[in-house]
Design a protein around this ligand. Structure first.
Ligand code: 13P
Length: 248
């Protein structure tokens, strides 16, 4: 990967007025950026992004997508609907959705498939809990999560983005060390290489308390191609510092 990819995940934060301020500040700061930048907003605000960011370098995405194509699935949003609002990315399998919405590896793999079929790049999240890490199961967990997506998506796997988000690092201020993150990214890269000749062009993002201070050392690792940023994506200055670190 040459160009880094920095993606903000706003989670369930924001509002029309606050989004407008944040987006204007972020877009104004993107002129010197030499990396790709996107924000994944609550779905209700995707039309706002489409309106405000269409003429800018900023891309946008959704935080989830239905595993179904269409029909009687109350409350869900299909990949085709998201696509109508210019959505470029959809996060799938975020640990918060696995934890609070019972999403299984199979559901996550199908969501990735629906996104790809609609021309949306799925950002597939994998990551172990603290208990799993302490029990020595990190490798087994992340490989199992990614294997399901590879199995369901076959050769299309080269079109996905993968985000390694150790659950213990999300929203805790406990960023993984560059060595810890690189170790897992190398495992994921090897797994992707076994599945596709295009593995080198698949962006592997790190996510979990990434901030302005530690972004550069994480992004310097061989297999870290970018970041998926939660809390720090809600403040333009913090987000833009990470973008700057990715632009070197
Ligand atoms: P934080 O950056 O707030 O730890 O969140 C990371 C994350 O979950 C991004 O998807």
């Amino acid at each position: 990967m040459s160009d880094k990819l920095i993606v903000g995940n706003w989670k369930m934060n924001g509002g029309l007025a606050a989004n407008q301020d944040l987006l204007h500040a972020v877009m104004a700061g993107l002129s010197g950026a030499s990396c790709s930048v996107a924000v994944c907003a609550p779905a209700l605000y995707l039309p706002q992004l489409q309106q405000l960011a269409a003429q800018s370098a900023l891309r946008w995405g959704a935080q989830d997508v239905s595993a179904h194509e269409q029909g009687a699935f109350t409350g869900e949003l299909s990949a085709a609907m998201l696509r109508e609002f210019g959505v470029r990315y959809a996060i799938v399998g975020h640990s918060e959705r696995r934890q609070y919405h019972g999403e299984t590896d199979t559901v996550v793999a199908t969501k990735a498939q629906r996104a790809l079929a609609a021309g949306i790049t799925p950002i597939v999240c994998v990551g172990e809990t603290l208990a799993e890490r302490e029990a020595g199961h990190t490798e087994e967990v992340v490989k199992r999560q990614l294997a399901a997506v590879i199995h369901t998506n076959g050769h299309c796997i080269s079109e996905i983005v993968v985000a390694y988000e150790p659950v213990w690092a999300i929203g805790t201020g406990k960023t993984a060390s560059p060595e810890q993150a690189q170790q897992v990214h190398a495992l994921l890269r090897a797994q992707l290489k076994a599945a596709t000749a295009q593995a080198q062009r698949i962006a592997l993002l790190y996510g979990g308390s990434m901030n302005a201070a530690d972004a550069a050392s994480l992004l310097a690792q061989t297999d870290i191609d970018g970041g998926l940023i939660g809390g720090a994506s809600l403040k333009a200055a913090d987000f833009l510092s990470i973008v700057a670190a990715a632009s070197h």
